[in-house]
Design a binder for this molecule. Structure first.
Ligand code: C5P
Length: 317
């Protein structure tokens, strides 16, 4: 096979708790991550020159080594030099549908697709956990993007524990096109403001991370109780992002008053805000209502739903 097309779904955070600091400078987290239907398409071709080339239809996506997908291809080339010299370089085409710098793991899911695609292209036969391990060196969300579904993520976000699949829950996403929040800024500001309440003892840190497994939202996920899941949404990063970005707070407030909205929350470090609904019809109605209440062309709205998978092959030639 010389070419693969893959679908790379975005994610939302149903739960994000910051527990403490890590010796590597990152934060110890307890999260619940959820794949959604909104996805990019990634095409991978072997090329005769030994270079990595990226093409993307979105002008703001870098096509050089600043793109995580480029870094993923470079990582595979260094990890598997024999396969790289045997099969040649890689051409990666990204068809962007996921908003960028949005808290939806758009870059991470593209990188995950490149890892999965190169494994296939070079017949490496890597296991899912080997792919996840490679992904962890690229970014905290990459291992989840390989696996997908509904997952508890602890540690930096790379230690994954699957939950029962959720797929029949509809989502409206709202994001101001021109608004971007730096993830590094959000975590740094959180540490400055709330670092004194971090858990410092290693055993207590582990106990707190383990507690998420028996927490209210996990119980609601096992019970497939959408209303209860929506009630238990949580994101510690809202404490720093909402005061700094009043537009994000406004989206959340407007969502909360719409008929059919069971719960609303910012995803990851934002600035995307999502609302959960029981049906597609309700989701479409809320999208229309949001557009009516906030007639700003900068506001992007999407209707999507939860999905049970991560990276999938669409076609191979
Ligand atoms: O791993 P990733 O590159 O996605 O992380 C982006 C930034 O978010 C990091 O540079 C770090 O500042 C912050 N972060 C953190 N703790 C985590 C994950 C991310 O502090 N567990």
């Amino acid at each position: 096979m010389r070419s693969y097309t893959l679908t790379a779904p975005a994610k939302i955070n149903l739960y994000l708790e910051i527990i403490g600091d890590r010796p590597d400078g990152y934060h110890e987290l307890a999260m619940i991550l959820q794949s959604i239907d909104l996805a990019d398409q990634i095409e991978l071709h072997s090329i005769s020159t030994d270079s990595i080339r990226i093409y993307c239809d979105h002008p703001q996506v870098p096509t050089d080594e600043n793109n995580l997908a480029y870094q993923a291809a470079e990582l595979m080339a260094t990890q598997f030099p024999e396969a790289f010299s045997k099969h040649g370089g890689i051409e990666i085409t990204i068809n962007k549908h996921i908003p960028i710098a949005a808290g939806l793991a758009g870059g991470s899911t593209n990188a995950a697709a490149v890892l999965v695609g190169i494994d296939l292209l070079w017949n490496l036969g890597l296991t899912q956990s080997e792919l996840e391990e490679l992904g962890a060196s690229l970014g905290s969300d990459v291992p989840f993007c390989v696996a997908g579904g509904t997952v508890i993520a602890t540690g930096r976000g790379e230690q994954l524990s699957p939950l029962p699949n959720l797929d029949n829950i509809y989502i409206v996403l709202a994001k101001y096109r021109s608004l971007e929040v730096s993830t590094a800024w959000a975590y740094k500001t959180y540490r400055q403001q709330f670092g004194n309440s971090y858990i410092r003892n290693t055993e207590d840190l582990a106990a707190r991370a383990a507690a998420v497994h028996s927490g209210g939202i996990v119980k609601a996920i096992f019970a497939k109780n959408t209303a209860e899941i929506a009630q238990k949404l949580h994101n510690d990063l809202e404490r720093v992002v909402l005061p700094a970005y009043p537009q994000v707070l406004q989206l959340r407030e407007v969502f909360a008053t719409q008929e059919g909205v069971l719960g609303t929350m910012m995803s990851g470090s934002g600035p995307t805000v999502f609302a959960l609904l029981e049906s597609e019809q309700q989701a479409q109605a809320v999208k229309l209502k949001m557009r009516e209440i906030i007639p700003d062309e900068d506001l992007e709205l999407f209707v999507t739903r939860m999905t049970t998978h991560g990276i999938q092959i669409v076609s191979s030639v």
